[in-house]
Design a protein. Structure first.
Length: 122
């Protein structure tokens, strides 16, 4: 017999529900979901990870790291910049990108460490 993963009766703890609903109404969840949506793309995640290893990379280096054209790398970097995850600076004819802040770096490092642990467990 298969284990059921659904409550067999309805029992709502109204205080807990009201508390969490109030937190959700503050609107942070929408912005956080945008962050995770941006990082759900494998190429963008590779780019973000590369920018946790190196504080700053030019578009050409990013393209070579992820195995993409400079146009593709630039597109992904621009998206990360537009949602506030990355910053850029121009130096002559080169454009350098970095991650926006340490929170983003910590999030990426934590996710990668979690995945390494999951893989080690088998």
């Amino acid at each position: 017999m298969e284990e059921q993963d659904v409550c067999e009766v309805t029992c709502v703890e109204t205080e807990k529900v009201a508390f969490v609903q109030a937190l959700l109404k503050k609107g942070h969840v929408h912005e956080v979901s945008r962050l995770f949506k941006a990082l759900s793309d494998e190429t963008r995640m590779k780019i973000a990870y590369a920018l946790t290893v190196e504080a700053e990379l030019c578009v050409c280096d990013v393209a070579h790291i992820v195995g993409a054209t400079t146009a593709t790398a630039s597109h992904h970097l621009r998206l990360l910049k537009n949602i506030g995850l990355a910053h850029y600076r121009k130096e002559g004819k080169l454009v350098y990108y970095s991650l926006g802040d340490d929170h983003v770096k910590q999030l990426i490092r934590l996710a990668c460490a979690h995945q390494e642990e999951m893989m080690a467990r088998g």
